[in-house]
Design a protein around this ligand. Sequence first.
Ligand SMILES: [Zn+2]
Length: 99
Amino acid sequence: MIRTFETDAEYLQWCKTNGDGYVLNAHRSLSPVSLVIHRAHCKLITQYQGKTQPGGFVEGQYLKIGSRDAGKLKNWARKERLAHRGKLDGIARECKACM
Ligand SMILES: [Zn+2]
């Protein structure tokens, strides 16, 4: 099962209650370099820092997909990339800080 999020509040709540789950972070363009999988407790995707303002996690240019199963996120990335571009590149990388 995967979760999508409409608001940062909804997203951050899911991360809090699924800290050992996984989050796929992606630019809405699904550009391959933007596809990164994190643990749900990773600071890089749960704390506003640098240019990330409130709303910036899922309400702006980026989206997040949550799951208890990292494999489901990789499958999602693969399928969406195929749907958008017809190519099989851009399988999500894993965050070096938390994975
Ligand atoms: Zn991370």
